[in-house]
Design a binder for this molecule. Structure first.
Ligand SMILES: C[S@@+](CC[C@H](N)C(=O)[O-])C[C@H]1O[C@@H](n2cnc3c(N)ncnc32)[C@H](O)[C@@H]1O
Length: 375
């Protein structure tokens, strides 16, 4: 689908202004019941879902290298800030707002006078993120949440009356909130409906995809999206069948690959889930659409930074930035990829496969063009 065909889901005006809602009027949630001494399920981890009240629990979970339930740890924040070099008065768009970690780091650096648009296609997580920003004191004049797909970035910005922005950030893939919530059906680790849609209101679930796909098509999908070495065994066995749950799919992969050693099978399960997620969310097409629009959406001198998590994504970013440089759209691009430090990989294993690339639009930024500040 061409990017122009991607409908922009909703204008920010339709999102509730959670800053106006006093805490006391919000209904108290019942603590979910759990068996045993400690809560184990995503929903049961009530302390992790309430970081303001249970800060010490959050600290302990983070120190153990895990991500608290309902949170996302932003990756390579210092490196992203170095690449984007945000300055007071600039306008930024975070194409993948998620929990808002990167946006929270950017916003103070855009003040005074700057502004950030936080785009995300997830209708469940975006209002929660907006609530956190409002509670932290970021008003409508500095932070604008927007529900939509970044494939329609130019249209989103035009709708907000912005003909260009100074900074564009995209941190690709799924958030920990999506991955860890069994109800979203992204993870092979937890049993839940086999869905995998970042925006459950659009497109078809992974279960529906498997039910309708032809065996040969599934083989191609597994190879193209995840380099799956057992694609020719898995394609015919999984295509055209109904798998209602993530657990049922995992069990079938184990059954099909019963003669293969367990470690290899575990990798195949991981890769099959990745391949399906990419297909369900059309991740390569929307990334291509975003990359085509980045130069035109950046003001002169503007910077873009993109975090990728697998080779299919990084290849596209590398190629698009290199051809933008050749065509004279960018004045400079990252000479090589930046990876997380060993310390970050140890503290947050989910950062391990991250790669960062950046590009700078030709021309002086409006701040440079204004000349040195007087006084
Ligand atoms: C890795 S998380 C971003 C985390 C974020 N940087 C933070 O610090 O919390 C990716 C987010 O991007 C969103 N997303 C992924 N693809 C998208 C797309 N094509 N358009 C809009 N949002 C997208 C997902 O819903 C998810 O919330």
């Amino acid at each position: 689908m061409a990017y122009a065909d991607w409908p922009v889901d909703e204008t920010p005006k339709k999102l509730p202004d959670l800053s106006a809602a006093p805490r006391a009027t919000q209904p108290r949630k019942r603590r979910p019941r759990y068996a045993g001494k400690y809560p184990r399920g995503f929903e049961q981890k009530y302390k992790e879902h309430d970081p303001e009240r249970f800060g010490d629990t959050i600290t302990k979970v983070l120190e153990s290298g895990k991500t608290p339930a309902g949170m996302h740890r932003p990756i390579m924040v210092d490196e992203v800030l170095a690449a984007l070099a945000p300055r007071p008065g600039e306008v930024a768009v975070d194409c993948t707002l998620g929990y808002g970690g990167h946006a929270r780091a950017l916003l103070p650096r855009l003040a005074p006078g700057g502004r950030l648009v936080g785009l995300d296609q997830d209708p469940m997580e975006l209002p929660k993120a907006e609530g956190r920003f409002r509670a932290a004191g970021f008003g409508l004049e500095v932070f604008t949440p927007y529900r939509g797909n970044f494939a329609g970035l130019a249209q989103v910005l035009a709708g907000l009356g912005l003909c260009g922005v100074d900074l564009i950030l995209a941190d690709l893939g799924v958030s920990a909130m999506q991955l860890d919530d069994p109800k979203r059906g992204f993870s092979f680790k937890y049993d839940g409906p086999l869905d995998m849609r970042m925006n459950p209101g659009r497109g078809r679930s992974a279960s529906a995809l498997l039910e309708s796909i032809a065996p040969g098509e599934l083989v191609d999908l597994l190879v193209q999206n995840a380099d799956e070495p057992f694609a020719t065994l898995l394609g015919p066995a999984l295509a055209g069948r109904g798998f209602a749950t993530t657990g049922a799919l995992v069990a079938k992969i184990h059954a099909v690959l019963s003669r293969i050693n367990r470690e290899e099978v575990a990798l195949s399960v991981r890769r099959t889930f990745q391949a399906l997620r990419i297909a369900v969310n059309d991740e390569f097409s929307v990334l291509d659409a975003l990359l085509r629009q980045v130069p035109a959406c950046l003001n002169p001198g503007g910077r873009a930074a993109i975090l990728t998590f697998h080779s299919g994504e990084d290849r596209r970013v590398k190629k698009a930035f290199a051809s933008g440089l050749r065509e004279g759209l960018y004045s400079e691009i990252a000479p090589e990829v930046t990876r997380p430090t060993a310390a970050e990989r140890q503290a947050n294993p989910r950062a391990t496969s991250a790669k960062l690339r950046w590009a700078r639009r030709v021309g002086p930024s409006h701040q440079d063009a204004a000349g040195p500040a007087l006084g």
